[in-house]
Design a protein around this ligand. Structure first.
Ligand code: HEC
Ligand code: HEC
Ligand code: HEC
Ligand code: HEC
Ligand code: HEC
Length: 399
C-alpha cells in the first residue's frame, strides 16, 4: 500500500473504529505531553469521560499500534499544557484570527476540510485541542502543496511541507508594516501606533526570504530568496523529524564537523565572511546573528531615548514585548513589563527596526532557516537607525 494509502487507511480506521474515542481521548488527555508507554493499551485510564468500552471495541487499533503515535505524542504539537493551546481558556473559544494555527478544528476549517470555505477560518474554534493526526492527515492535506504567506504571495509545489508552512509563517509582512505606517515621516512619533508583532517561529517565512516578504525589507535593498543550502536541506522535513519535529542533529554532523550535539549547531560556520563586523572568525553563524541582534538592540535603545524621546526595554516573553523603561535603568523590570506600560512612542523608523528584531529573535532557527536573510534584515535595520544614531557596520559584510 502507498504511504498515502496507509495513512488514509489508518485514519479511516481511526474514524470508523472505536479507537477514535481512544485516540482523541489520548490526544486531549494531559498525559499526551509525554510519550505513551509503548505497551500502553488503548484503554489506558483517561480523565476523559468516554466509556472505556469504546476503546476496546472489536476491530479497533490500540494506540500503541497507531504508527507514529509515540513520536507525535512527544512533540510540541501534542503539548496539551502549552500556552499555545490554552491562551483562550478564559474566553471559552479561539477567535477566527487565531484558530487556524492554534487548534485542530481551526486548521480543518481553514483548509475547508470541515466542508466550509477553504483559505479562511469561518468560525471561532473550541478550546481544548492540540494539533492532532487529523490536522495534518485529512482529505485536504493529501493534496495540499501550496502555501499563501501573510504578504499574499502563494508558493506552489512544496509537497508535504506546505502543511508546516501554513502555520509557521507569521502574521505580518513588509506590505502590512508599510500600510500601517502610512505617510508618517520616518522620525515622527505617532501615538496611535501599536507594536506590529510578526508572531513566532515563522520558519517558513524566514526560509522563503524575499519571496514571502515577511521580514521588513527596506526600499532600495535587495534580499535573498529561498535559503541556499545543500539539497535536500532546504526543506522542513529534511532537517526536522516528521512527527517529533526534532532537529535531525546526526544528519548535520555528516557535513558540519563542528556538530557534536544539539547545542553545537550554533557553532556551524561555513562562510569566512565577517557578517557581524566584530572580527571574530570562529563564531558560528548563529552567534554572528546574535551579535548583530545585540548591535541592533543597542541602536534601537539609543534611538528610542534620543530621537523618540522615551527609553525602551524588551522582554522576550511578555506581550507586547517592548515597554517604557520608566526608571531608565536599561532593564525590563517586573513593574515595567505590563500591558498598560507598553511602548507607545513609535516612529516608523523605530517600528521597522523593532519588527525585524522580533522576527529574527522569535525564530530560534533563523540561522538554519535562512541565515543570509536574517543577517540582511538585521544589518539593514541597524543601518537605517544609523541615519539618526551612531552605528558601525564598516567591517560587517552583507551576504
Ligand atoms: C499563521 C499561524 C498562526 C496564527 C494565525 C496565530 N498564531 Fe499564535 N503561534 C503560531 C505558532 C506557530 C506559534 C508557536 C511558536 C513556538 O512556540 O515555537 C504561536 C505561538 C503563540 C503564542 C505563544 C507565545 C510565546 O511567546 O511563546 C501565543 C500567545 C499566540 N501564538 C497567540 C496568538 C493569537 C492571540 C493569535 C490570533 C490573534 C494567533 N496566535 C494567531 C502560529 C499562529
Ligand atoms: C504536524 C503535522 C502532522 C501531524 C500532527 C501528524 N502527521 Fe503524520 N505525517 C505528516 C507528514 C508531513 C508526513 C509525510 C508526508 C505524508 O506521507 O503525508 C506524515 C506521514 C505519516 C505517515 C506515513 C509514513 C510513511 O512511512 O509512509 C503515517 C502513517 C502518519 N503520518 C500517521 C500519523 C498519525 C497516526 C498521527 C497522529 C498520532 C500523525 N501522523 C500526526 C505530518 C503530520
Ligand atoms: C496547525 C498548525 C501547525 C502545523 C500544521 C504545524 N505546526 Fe508546528 N507548531 C504549531 C504550534 C501552535 C506550535 C507550538 C506548540 C507548543 O509550543 O507546544 C508548534 C511547534 C513546532 C515546533 C517547536 C517549536 C518550539 O517552540 O519548540 C517545531 C519544530 C514545529 N512546530 C515544526 C513543525 C513542522 C516541521 C511541521 C510540519 C510537519 C509543523 N510544525 C506543522 C503549529 C503548527
Ligand atoms: C550534505 C552536506 C550538508 C548537510 C547534511 C547539512 N549541511 Fe549545512 N551546509 C552545507 C554546505 C555545503 C553549506 C555552505 C554552502 C551553502 O550554504 O549551501 C552549509 C551551510 C550551513 C549553514 C550556514 C553556515 C554559514 O556560515 O553561513 C548552516 C547554519 C547550516 N548549514 C546548518 C545545517 C544544519 C542545521 C544541518 C542539519 C539539519 C545541515 N546544515 C546539514 C552542507 C550540509
Ligand atoms: C537546514 C535545516 C533546517 C530546515 C530546512 C528547517 N529547519 Fe527548523 N530548525 C532548524 C534548526 C537547526 C533549528 C534550531 C534548533 C535550535 O538551535 O534550538 C530549527 C528551529 C525550528 C523551530 C523553532 C524551534 C524552537 O526551539 O523554538 C521551528 C518551529 C522550526 N524550526 C520549524 C521549521 C519549519 C516549519 C521548516 C520548514 C519551513 C523548517 N523548520 C526548516 C533546522 C532547519
Amino acid at each position: 500500500m502507498s504511504s498515502q494509502g496507509r495513512i488514509r487507511h489508518v485514519i479511516a480506521a481511526l474514524l470508523t473504529g472505536g479507537v477514535t474515542a481512544a485516540v482523541l481521548m489520548l490526544a486531549s488527555a494531559p498525559r499526551a505531553q509525554t510519550p505513551a508507554p509503548a505497551a500502553a493499551p488503548a484503554a489506558a485510564p483517561s480523565p476523559a469521560p468516554a466509556p472505556a468500552a469504546a476503546a476496546v471495541a472489536p476491530g479497533s487499533i490500540p494506540a500503541a499500534e497507531v504508527p507514529f503515535y509515540a513520536e507525535w505524542a512527544s512533540s510540541p504539537h501534542a503539548k496539551r499544557d502549552a500556552e499555545e493551546f490554552n491562551h483562550w481558556n478564559k474566553e471559552g473559544n479561539i477567535p477566527v484570527e487565531c484558530a487556524r494555527c492554534h487548534s485542530t478544528p481551526g486548521f480543518l476549517d481553514y483548509l475547508g476540510a470541515d466542508g466550509s470555505t477553504a483559505g479562511k477560518v469561518d468560525h471561532p474554534a473550541p478550546i481544548g485541542t492540540v494539533i492532532t493526526c487529523m490536522a495534518c492527515h485529512n482529505s485536504k492535506t493529501v493534496n495540499l502543496t501550496s502555501v499563501t504567506f501573510p504578504s499574499g504571495v502563494t508558493v506552489k509545489n512544496q509537497g508535504a511541507e506546505a502543511r508546516c508552512m501554513t502555520c509557521h509563517q507569521g502574521l505580518e509582512s513588509t506590505a502590512s508594516v508599510n500600510k500601517a505606517m502610512g505617510d508618517t515621516a520616518d522620525d515622527t512619533v505617532q501615538p496611535k501606533f501599536e507594536f506590529i508583532n510578526v508572531h513566532y517561529a515563522s520558519a517558513g517565512a524566514m526560509m522563503f526570504g524575499n519571496i514571502a516578504h515577511v521580514g521588513y525589507e527596506y526600499p532600495g535593498k535587495t534580499y535573498i530568496g529561498r535559503v541556499q543550502h545543500q539539497a535536500p536541506y532546504t526543506r522542513c522535513l529534511a532537517c526536522h523529524e516528521t512527527h517529533t519535529v526534532a532537529v535531525k542533529v546526526n544528519d548535520c554532523m555528516a557535513c558540519h564537523k563542528e556538530v557534536t550535539d544539539k547545542a553545537s549547531l550554533h557553532s556551524i560556520r561555513v562562510s569566512k565572511d565577517d557578517r557581524a563586523g566584530d572580527g571574530n572568525d570562529n563564531e558560528g553563524v548563529a552567534q554572528q546573528i546574535d551579535h548583530l541582534r545585540a548591535q541592533l538592540f543597542a541602536a534601537l535603545t539609543d534611538y528610542a531615548k534620543t530621537v523618540a524621546g522615551k527609553p525602551i526595554v524588551y522582554q522576550i516573553d511578555v506581550f507586547p514585548y517592548f515597554f517604557n523603561d520608566t526608571n531608565g535603568n536599561g532593564t525590563p523590570d517586573k513593574d515595567e513589563t505590563k500591558f498598560p506600560n507598553r511602548y507607545k512612542a513609535w516612529t516608523p523608523r523605530l517600528m521597522k527596526a523593532a519588527y525585524n528584531y522580533q522576527f529574527v529573535t522569535k525564530d530560534p532557527g533563523a540561522y538554519a532557516h535562512n541565515p543570509a536573510y536574517a543577517i540582511e534584515l538585521l544589518q539593514d535595520s541597524i543601518s537605517d537607525l544609523g541615519a539618526k544614531v551612531k552605528v558601525d557596520l564598516s567591517k560587517a559584510k552583507r551576504p
